[in-house]
Design a protein around this ligand. Sequence first.
Ligand code: ADP
Ligand code: MG
Ligand code: MG
Ligand code: MG
Length: 397
Amino acid sequence: MTDYRIFNNDDAMRFADKHSELFGDHSKLSAEEFGDGNLNLVFRVSNDKGTSLIVKQALPYARCVGESWPLSTDRARIEAEVLRVHARFCPEHTVEIRHFDAELSAILMEDLKQYTILRTALIKGKQYEHVATQIGHYLAHTLFYTSDFVLTGPAKKAAVAQFINPDLCQITEDLFFTDPYCNHERNNIHDLIISTARELWQDEALQAEVAALKADFLSKPQALLHGDLHSGSIFVNAENCKVIDAEFGFYGPIGFDVGSLLANFCLNYLGCAGLLADTEAVTEHQTYVRQQCLTLWQVFAEQFSQLMSQDSQDPMLRNSLYQKQFLQQVFADAIGYAGCELIRRTVGLAHVADLDKVSSEQQRASIEKQAVELGRRFITQRQSLNSIEQVLDLLPL
Ligand code: ADP
Ligand code: MG
Ligand code: MG
Ligand code: MG
């Protein structure tokens, strides 16, 4: 870290210029910092002809809190390397990394300025039919090709070691799996749902299920996860989707990535009742979101099954009964992690705009209670739910 310094606009500009041929004439570059994330700096570097690139730099602490919350800058390496691995297996839906500098913890990547963040689009009621199909494909390919179905034992162990990510895993271990189930000072609970939160703190049976999900998160290195696949980590336009922001990546349970996105669709499904103008618009949007959840699981499951049967390298793991059971367990895990995401986005530290933007406090509280209740059902019923249709039947009408 000897040469590390926190970038200003000029540093970001010089970094982009030095590591890209794209700009040509050096004198006409400009840069602005515009990151809206919680952790890092994000700069757009442009020339006067409209060509641009993104520079993302990890700070030695969490941006949203400050120096009192130190955080390893190794997360920039993790992010760059996860995205490069994922791009190998799904280049069409992974942001392109152009350069990574370990000393500066800085990444140069393609600018997705022709795209919109999926969460922003969903909140406005926009409907892109291709999201679930494309991200289902992304998940099947990135997760299968980094798993034991493909890697040899030694290669897998080396890969796991390359993606040890203690600081960012700790954030998930705390904020996602622990804080919501106790009266933790980091929680962010609106006054009107404090009794709902208390119920979580007293529910030992629910906590036992969350403990099991957490234990798997800690000790089930099935595949190289994105690790933070919410609707703010996906860019979308009329034809395509691209995934960004993989700094939480590590080897973990496959269901975690699938469940994270499913839950973010569900959060939007619930929130849109308080965001969109009239009941007709709400019904139409909810139908779309339901369909996206269905398609996401179906495409993921079909493609993952096909890859298991066609491209598994280990002869024992080619057993088709084993493969069927494996996918069933991924399904149960995904629904469990989706349940945890629903709960932690409602009572935990980091909320989602899909719920926070509901302007009537009464309506927001009733939607938040629905989110917690749905999360509870996902977690407690995950082993007995047999299909995505049964899962979606739990969504309120
Ligand atoms: P953080 O890790 O701090 O959450 P993100 O990677 O999510 O940072 O980026 C924060 C914001 O910066 C995104 O919501 C988006 O607006 C912008 N951004 C990040 N990467 C790109 C990109 N490749 N192209 C365009 N905008 C981007
Ligand atoms: Mg982000
Ligand atoms: Mg963020
Ligand atoms: Mg991030």
